[in-house]
Design a protein around this ligand. Structure first.
Ligand SMILES: [Zn+2]
Length: 305
């Protein structure tokens, strides 16, 4: 855990908020903006020199040299890039396991059009970085998509049940505020953690997660990084983890119109914090594997599954 656990959650007076309180259509959210920024801020700390240089070269000028500023980008493009909408998640037929061949497709059943296929696809595109003649892909967009989708695949409810649209169709109250379950995991838990433990400051939370990566979780990192898949990324494994977490934490003991409060919050926020950190570590690993010239000699090339 990245924060000490207070005895009791302090319910602050309800403030009128501009944040989404009502339900939102499937996939209108991903990890909220904060979640994506945090995942990428963590990743930036673990990039190799070669990866850092390549990322700098690919980032648009508007990024100000920081990958994290571009990590929510894919959500802002959903209306323009309508085809990319299914790439933010994967649905299972209401079962607690993920099978790429069964679950990774869009609503027209085009295979690999889900978050796992997207991670593999944009990784493969980025592997053409430095090619001569120059890659025909828009590698700036490939990088911004990849950084976003590695975040998404770690949000448990982005690999969840088709029936309830990954929790979007489950109406709940988050304390006193109306929400849907998907939004609780995208935004509400993170917002509440930031308010309770980190003075509403994103960088303070990133530092705390980073502290945990160098202390409490340090033994876990090599396990998180373990990726035996030589043919593609390990996005498939991350999706399997997420559907497991959806069943064991996100959906557990939840029914329509339930009020989620302290009991739910205190047992679920450590999962959210860990997934943000894991997403960051794994994004760095993928980018290092793509761009690290020394590693490239010893690593089999990745290509789309
Ligand atoms: Zn997304």
């Amino acid at each position: 855990m990245a924060a000490p656990r207070p005895q009791k959650h302090l319910l602050l007076p309800l403030l009128v908020s501009l944040l989404l309180a009502a339900s939102s259509p499937r996939g209108a959210d991903a990890w909220g903006k904060e979640g994506h920024i945090m995942t990428c801020k963590i990743a930036e700390r673990y990039l190799s020199e070669d990866a850092k240089a390549a990322v700098q070269e690919l980032l648009p000028a508007s990024a100000g040299g920081e990958l994290s500023t571009m990590c929510p980008w894919a959500d802002t493009m959903r209306f323009r890039y309508h085809w990319a909408s299914p790439l933010h998640y994967a649905n299972t037929p209401n079962v607690c396991n993920f099978k790429s061949s069964r679950d990774c497709h869009n609503n027209k059943h085009v295979q690999k059009m889900c978050v796992v296929g997207a991670i593999n696809n944009y990784t493969a595109q980025l592997l053409t970085y430095g090619d001569s003649p120059k890659s025909s892909w828009n590698l700036t967009e490939s990088l911004m998509f990849l950084a976003h989708f590695v975040g998404d695949v770690h949000q448990p409810l982005h690999v969840a049940f088709e029936e309830d649209e990954g929790g979007n169709a489950i109406q709940v109250h988050w304390y006193r505020r109306k929400a849907n379950l998907h939004h609780v995991w995208d935004v509400s838990i993170i917002d509440t953690v930031m308010k309770d433990f980190y003075n509403k400051d994103l960088d303070t939370m990133v530092n705390a997660l980073h502290m945990n990566l160098t202390n409490g979780w340090s033994d876990d990192i090599s396990h998180w990084e373990n990726c035996e898949n030589k043919r593609a990324t390990c996005a498939n494994d991350y999706a399997i983890e997420s559907i497991g977490l959806s069943c064991h934490y996100a959906y557990k003991d939840v029914e329509q119109n339930i009020t989620l409060g302290d009991d739910y919050y205190f047992t679920r926020y450590p999962v959210v914090e860990k997934r943000l950190a894991q997403g960051g570590i794994r994004l760095a690993m993928i980018l290092n594997r793509i761009f690290d010239k020394k590693e490239a000699d010893t690593t089999m090339p990745l290509y789309v599954q």
